[in-house]
Design a binder for this molecule. Sequence first.
Ligand code: DGL
Length: 264
Amino acid sequence: MTKPIGVFDSGVGGLTVVKELIRELPFEDIVYFGDTARVPYGIKSKETVIRFSIENTLFLLKHKVKLICVACNTSSSVALPAIKSHFKVPIIGVITPGVREAVYATRNRRIGVIGTKGTIKSRAYENEIKHFNPEIEVVALACPLFVPFVEEGWLSGKVVMDVAKTYLKPLKDAHVDTVILGCTHYPLLKPVIKKVLGRGVTLIDSAKQVAIEVKKILSVESELNGHRRNRGRHKFYVSDNPEWFNGLARRFLGGPLVNVKKVK
Ligand code: DGL
């Protein structure tokens, strides 16, 4: 029997990563955990996010996962070193794959990063960019209203546009040519962000890069289900309100889910 890939997020947003994993690795089984009882993580303290992330990892390990993907940018920013030091299974966050792509994409060496308050406060993206190239200038901004907008389905219109213009002004003023969408929800606002920043700015969607990274690691570890005939099975667990999760899943994943279970 083949082992599944484990993915966790603070809630529903991690489905943007699942969508890319399914596209890149159609034969892999996936077990997803969304911590809907304790979302959002973006405004919580570092200690709390680390504790939640360890608990989420333990839950996925019960499902005998072969690799864990931390889809939540906030968890990846503040908890990844802690969870990596506790567990033997390969654990991939979303920061490094996105940064690698951004550093490759920038021409003028000015990169913008947007994310939750927790992600921006941690400076995880900034530090990782500087690690790749200390000469790159980084402008990092929290855009906390973007998450509720996406969850409410406000993906376009005057209100979202005005808020995006206000939030993103410092990125325009700094003339960044590349922006990392450092939050699970932001890929859904790509058209608005693109409109505000203009065509010349490259938007980096970490989800895509993470899926490529997961494939690379599984292939190196000879754990890839490349030649299976059946497509992978996907199971979804949440800590609260599976109906709410399923309602939003259509937006994030492009279809309803059949297999959502509530767990303690
Ligand atoms: N999943 C979170 C992230 O990517 C956004 C939602 C939250 O604040 O929990 O940072």
